[in-house]
Every structure is written in structure tokens, then in C-alpha cells.
Design a protein around this ligand. Structure first.
Ligand code: IPM
Ligand code: MN
Length: 363
């Protein structure tokens, strides 16, 4: 097995370093190769996703990705911005199925901005379609308006679109995931306004009726879903939606659990080859300070062990080690609260390794 390591920008390098340390003590045989991506690759090679990095990602069985982006690249033309690297990897590798579990660890119930009773025991799985929708639809661009409210004015446009096969394949992923959990799916759309999402709803309804009548299916408009997520998050189990709504709702769901610094993700292709990355970004404001929370990346490694490398026992060991450091009271700044011990990125990684190797967790 070959794993491509793509740390990226900002805190990406710091958090990925900790996950790689964890990977090394697992005693599993795999080869790793590291490459530049995002702003770091732009600086070195003039492109956020150089051909060599893309090729490495294609050749690897799995990819461990940090984060990309920095405000200093905001003025670059879109094709050269760091974000294009992750979008390009998703598209070129066909990583259409994005799993973003939002789990509220018992040790962190009080880190959430919601009342503890609303989030205690929370366990939601957001399944986000990742290679379609308004993110990738063509045409897009700038032009002079020929109609609308201001003919002759400068305007910008993007295209929201989904084809039947795109919706069908992600619907299968969502229903199959639900069968391994509580057998319940909430499909989120905006069918009351958008034709794309009326189609989404129709296709999801058909796939459900034809193949998964045993799974409970509920349809919900995205605005209502955003509200219900903070009103009664535990009413959800699998939340399944398109690329754009999934982007927004997954950040919201992440915060329910206390910190986006805890949330892993997996982006899979049709053969379960995957890219694994924390759900958070490159956080340039805290980059280089050694304070970022590496746990989302370490938990992303656990997802890699489970989904791509077929090592469920190792995945469970890593997850148990994360729980152990939380139980020992170690916290990075994002999840710190009165009475716990604040530690930096490396100390957190070292503590996970201590837990994994049966050593005492020291602070
Ligand atoms: C995410 C990020 C990306 C997205 C950005 C960095 C392109 O916000 O993975 O959620 O919008 O998908
Ligand atoms: Mn996002």
C-alpha cells in the first residue's frame, strides 16, 4: 500500500506531521511519499496542483491531506489559488462521496456552544456529494448582462447542475451507510426553489423505492435543516446532500461537537480509494505557532485505516487513543475549558502515541 502525504499550507504541515508520527507507530507496512500542494506548491512550482503531485495522488492507494489556502493568495487568478488543488484532486480522482461524521465525544460535551443536553451523545454522519453541483457546473464566468434587471451591467454567473447518475451513485452510498447505522436518511434539498434539487429529490425518492424501502427516508429543505441542526441535532442520523449545501451544513454540524478541530473526513471514489483530510481549513492565523489541534487529522487517519486500508482494528486503536488523551484532560486551545490541561500540537500528537503504545499519558 502506498500513501501520498500532502500537508499543504498553514497548520496543514503541523497537523499532518502528528498524524504521520501516529501512522509510524502502528506497525503496519505501507510506503509513504510526500509532495507539495496548495499555496506551498504554487510558491515552488507556480501551480497549486502540479502534475507530479497529481500523479503521486493517482498512483497512491490513499492520500492524507492537510489543508490549503492563505489570504495572501486571494488576489491570484482563480485557477492558481490554493483551493483549486483540493477541488482538482476531488475531480481528477473521482472522489464523489464525502463522509463527514460529527461525533460529540462525552469528554467534550461542554465545549459545544449548544446546551450539553442537546449534544450529549450526538452522532451524525454527513454525506456530501463532492464532484458536482454549482462547484463544478459549467458555464461560469463574468460577462455583460444582456437581460435581467440591469441589462448592460457587469455580472457573474455559475451553473448549478446534477445528472441522474451523479445523484444515483451518491444516493446508493447514503442508503448503504444508513443500513450500517440507524437505517435513517435525511436528504437535504431546495426543491421548492431550484430545479436541480427538485430533480435530486425525485431521483433520491426513486432509488429509495427501488432498492432501499427498509431505510427510513425524510426530505428536508436546506434552510429548515440548518435550523433543525441547532434546534434538535440528535434527531438526525445520516444527512445526505449536494456539494454546496453539504459544505455549509458540515461546518455547522462540526461546531455542534465543540470544535471543527475534531472533525475528520473521507472522500471516496467508487472503489473506496480515498483522500482523508480534516474538515477544517489551513487556519493561517494560528499557523506556525504549534497550537493547532491535530486530532481531526489523526481521526482522518483512522478513517483511512477503516475505509481504504481495511485495517478496522488499527482504526479502533487510534480512535481509542484519541479518547484516552481526552479522558486524561489534554486539550488544545480550541477545545480547552476550565480544569483541563492546555497542550500544543506536538504534545497532543505525542500523547496519542503514548496512549497507543501503552505508555502513561503525561502533560
Ligand atoms: C471544504 C472546504 C473546501 C470546499 C474549499 C477549501 C474548496 O471548505 O472541504 O469544506 O469548499 O469544499
Ligand atoms: Mn467547507
Amino acid at each position: 500500500m502506498k500513501i501520498a502525504i500532502l500537508p499543504g499550507d498553514g497548520i496543514g504541515t503541523e497537523i499532518v506531521a502528528e498524524a504521520v508520527k501516529v501512522m509510524q507507530v502502528l506497525d503496519l507496512r505501507f510506503e509513504t511519499e510526500t509532495a507539495l500542494v496548495g499555496g506551498a506548491a504554487y510558491e515552488a512550482h507556480g501551480h497549486p496542483l502540479p502534475e507530479s503531485t497529481l500523479q503521486l495522488a493517482k498512483d497512491a492507494d490513499a492520500i492524507l491531506f492537510g489543508a490549503v489556502g492563505d489570504w495572501k493568495y486571494d488576489k491570484l487568478e482563480r485557477a492558481l489559488r490554493p483551493e483549486q488543488a483540493i477541488l482538482g484532486l476531488r475531480k481528477h480522482l473521482g472522489l464523489f462521496a464525502n463522509f463527514r461524521p460529527a461525533l460529540c465525544y462525552p469528554q467534550l460535551t461542554h465545549a459545544s456552544s449548544l446546551k450539553p443536553e442537546l449534544v450529549a451523545g450526538l452522532d451524525i454522519l454527513i454525506i456530501r456529494e463532492l464532484t458536482g453541483d454549482i462547484y463544478f457546473g459549467q458555464p461560469r464566468g463574468r460577462r455583460t448582462a444582456v437581460d435581467g434587471q440591469f441589462p448592460g451591467a457587469e455580472e457573474a454567473f455559475d451553473t448549478m447542475r446534477y445528472s441522474r447518475p451523479e445523484i444515483e451513485r451518491i444516493a446508493h452510498v447514503a442508503f448503504q451507510a444508513a443500513r450500517k447505522r440507524s437505517n435513517k436518511v435525511t436528504s437535504v434539498d431546495k426543491a421548492n426553489v431550484l430545479e436541480t434539487f427538485q430533480f435530486w429529490k425525485d431521483v433520491v425518492t426513486e432509488v429509495h423505492a427501488a432498492h432501499y424501502p427498509d431505510v427510513e427516508l425524510q426530505h428536508m429543505y436546506v434552510d429548515n435543516a440548518a435550523m433543525q441542526l441547532v434546534k434538535a441535532p440528535k434527531a438526525f442520523d445520516v444527512v445526505f446532500t449536494g456539494n454546496m449545501f453539504g459544505d455549509i451544513l458540515s461546518d455547522e454540524a462540526a461546531m455542534l461537537t465543540g470544535s471543527i478541530g475534531m472533525l475528520p473526513s473521507a472522500s471516496l471514489d467508487k472503489n473506496n480509494k480515498g483522500l482523508y483530510e480534516p474538515s477544517h481549513g489551513s487556519a493561517p492565523d494560528i499557523a506556525g505557532k504549534g497550537v493547532a489541534n491535530p486530532l481531526a487529522t489523526i481521526l482522518s487517519l483512522a478513517m483511512m485505516l477503516r475505509y481504504t486500508l481495511q485495517q478496522p482494528a488499527a482504526a479502533e486503536r487510534v480512535e481509542a487513543a484519541v479518547q484516552a488523551v481526552l479522558s486524561a484532560g489534554l486539550r488544545t486551545g480550541d477545545i480547552w475549558s476550565e480544569g483541563t490541561t492546555k497542550v500544543g500540537t506536538q504534545a497532543m500528537g505525542d500523547a496519542v502515541i503514548a496512549a497507543l503504545t501503552g505508555k502513561t499519558i503525561t502533560t
